[in-house]
Design a protein around this ligand. Sequence first.
Ligand code: FCB
Length: 462
Amino acid sequence: MPAHALPHADLAPLAARFPADFTWGVATSAFQLEGGAREGGKGESVWDRFCRVPGAIADGSTGDVACDHLHRLDEDLGLIASLGVGAYRFSVSWPRVQPHGRGVWNEKGLAFYERLGDGLGARGIQPWLTLNHWDLPQVLQDDGGWAARDTVHRFVDYAQGIQRRLGDRLHAITTHNEPWVVAVLGHEKGIFAPGIRSRAIAAQVQHHLLLSHGLALQALRAAGSRARLGIVLNLSPSEPMTDCAADRVAARLADLHGLRGYLDPLFGRGYPAELLAELGADAPQVEPGDLQAIATPMDYLGVNYYMRHVASAGEPFDPAAQGLPVTDMGWEICPAALTRLLLRLHRDYPVPPLVITENGAAFRDALVDGRVHDADRIDYLRRHIAAAADARDQGVALAGYMVWSLMDNFEWASGYTKRFGIVHVDYATLRRTPKDSAHWLRAFLARHAAQSDAGERTRCAA
Ligand code: FCB
């Protein structure tokens, strides 16, 4: 379908709700799309190892090839640029640039990210680099991983190395992507790498991730970084399923573990006493000075939003069974909760500018005659962008919005069974095909740019 035949009628009013300097982007992560798992001197990551655990990945797949982005950088840069975005959020594979997690740097790995940074720069696209999108070098895991305090110092060295080599090119640096996922899914539930099941270890991992974030910010600033520095959290606002006391307690607990356990220390309040009491003997070891380091000021806070969390003391909430709209992940589609979340951050914490660093949806897309008609994804994006505008209208300093994801990719424990991309990837041929949602985004951003230019001209003429 030609772009003009898509449902574009409502683009102008939506675009008009965002200022000219609003940052629009698309996001990816290294392990999910690069491939080249054993190439160019790359070391093994915890996800390379976890994919080999029988039954760990839904379709038994690995990240060995993924989208083969490592070999298709130029094509992919062209794709990103064709969308008209102002920013590209990606991550560095730590074991690709420092295969042993310490010491020697891998020239080939660094050169790849240099090409990426330069390619974005040449196209006028801001590079937003994430240091840790979960693929810790396996050798560091063998020494205790994030549960070991030494990993904090290894991470700070790694951050400094990236700053030395790539710093000039970067618009923004994110320390960690979604530390809750690493701590809880990776170390408490064991369904993500490294597959550990211990609440006490998870709590210590959470603390070390936050500590390494704060110390890395200090080290990056000391090294003269001019990039904006921040962290990205996955924030699902918790809402009780019913008004009964038990469900309200469940929502409060989920909020403590999922939101306040991160936001309170990041904004100088330390861990909530109620959380420490609830953790009891599982509470983390915190050394003098740790909490001050964690509260090192940030330039932005990245928010990944997919859904709300509906808490229940009894049977888990099942949105599909309730007749609510869901994505192919079974995640409820609830844009209004994004507005509520942003308003709460604005109201309850002294937050720096907020950026939605991930938002998007998996659907069962079909490639037919070279097209993917993903009207459901367009609807999802349009409604969440409108929900973001609602929060801005109520005073939230929201500076950007990035779509997850540029292209279909390795969706962690779901393997390649879930498609989040606005660009379709045929895994047999690795051919990329922009879906209708990519055409929609391009048209929306063009509309926004045109209106911003017109506004600029009007202001200059006045
Ligand atoms: C987020 C991750 C991202 C992707 C999306 C669907 O939790 O940060 O890598 O898997 O979910």
